[in-house]
Design a protein around this ligand. Structure first.
Ligand code: PLP
Length: 281
């Protein structure tokens, strides 16, 4: 497999990461995951914009322009002949003798690679079960940081409970999933946590809310409680890799009818159309 290493295309085995790379030692960097359908990246511009914004938030200067990065990423998809799968890229602040503080003279390192993977067809059709878990993450969840320990521990707990995702709860409110945004539907209205510092502003979240507007489905960006979730008519999560996925069980309690609901299904249809427009035209 070919990877992007800084601005070069090399075989994966040829890459080497220094033991004092700050991403390796501190999780000091940010990343993106982009879905590729039929060889075309979905919403690449939106991912690149978030990457640029996040780099600036943590005071990393990109070593080359976003349009150069875009060119490299498109080239990588081609070189690996990726049809359906994921494109991952990250930037580390760079390598320096270990010290929490950093110099702005460091040379940041961008790497990218691709993974073939199919859509989660079964989950999208029948829905998934989730558990709730305390949100122990830091207070800048809007930054897509490489430092993922809170999310890693919550996701593993969900897997240990034969569930797909952990839904995080902070100060009595449901924030998001460990790697997804979450929504409930009550009396035809969608509720989701506002896009502030407590959640990642998902690219799929933004598309979902646009699609809701197009489909005349009202939504409310207001926090809700676990009790609201248990008693919701419908519930779903979104992410680049999970798309718009129904949640049919939370903490072993059935949500709504226990089947994907009509609002979720309508959004899924609209999402599929959006993918077709962007990637299969
Ligand atoms: N929330 C968190 C914490 C995430 O890690 C992710 C994606 O990895 C999302 C939400 C969904 O974001 P996106 O739709 O951009 O994939």
């Amino acid at each position: 497999m070919i990877i992007l290493y800084h601005d070069r295309f090399i075989e994966r085995q040829e890459a080497n990461v220094d033991i004092e790379d700050r991403a390796y030692q501190f999780g000091d960097g940010i990343y993106e995951v982009v879905r590729v359908y039929g060889g075309k990246p979905f919403c690449l511009q939106e991912h690149l914009e978030r990457f640029e914004r996040n780099a600036s938030e943590i005071r990393i200067s990109l070593p080359y322009s976003i349009s150069q990065l875009e060119e490299h990423l498109l080239q990588l998809i081609k070189q690996n002949q990726l049809a359906d799968g994921n494109l991952y890229f990250q930037i580390s602040r760079g390598t320096s003798p270990r010290n929490h503080a950093f110099s702005d003279q460091l040379q940041p390192l961008i790497i990218a690679y691709t993974q073939t993977s199919s859509r989660p067809v079964k989950e999208l059709e029948y829905g998934v079960g989730v558990i709730s878990d305390p949100d122990i993450r830091w207070l800048r969840c809007d930054i897509k940081s490489l430092n993922l320990l809170g999310a890693v521990l919550s996701k593993q707990k969900a897997i240990d409970h034969q569930c797909h995702e952990a839904i995080l709860v902070r100060d009595g409110h449901v924030t998001e999933g460990s790697s997804t945004n979450i929504y409930i539907v009550k009396e035809g209205t969608i509720w989701t946590h506002p896009a502030n510092h407590l959640i990642l502003p998902g690219i799929t979240r933004a598309i979902t809310l646009q699609l809701a507007t197009q489909c005349n489905i009202p939504f409310n960006e207001k926090p809700f409680t676990l009790e609201d979730l248990y008693t919701a008519d419908e519930c779903f999560l979104t992410s680049t890799t999970m798309e718009i996925c129904p949640i049919v069980q939370v903490d072993q309690k059935q949500i709504g009818s226990g089947m994907p609901g009509p609002v979720t299904k309508k959004l899924q249809e609209a999402f599929n159309q959006e993918v077709a427009n962007q990637c299969h035209s």
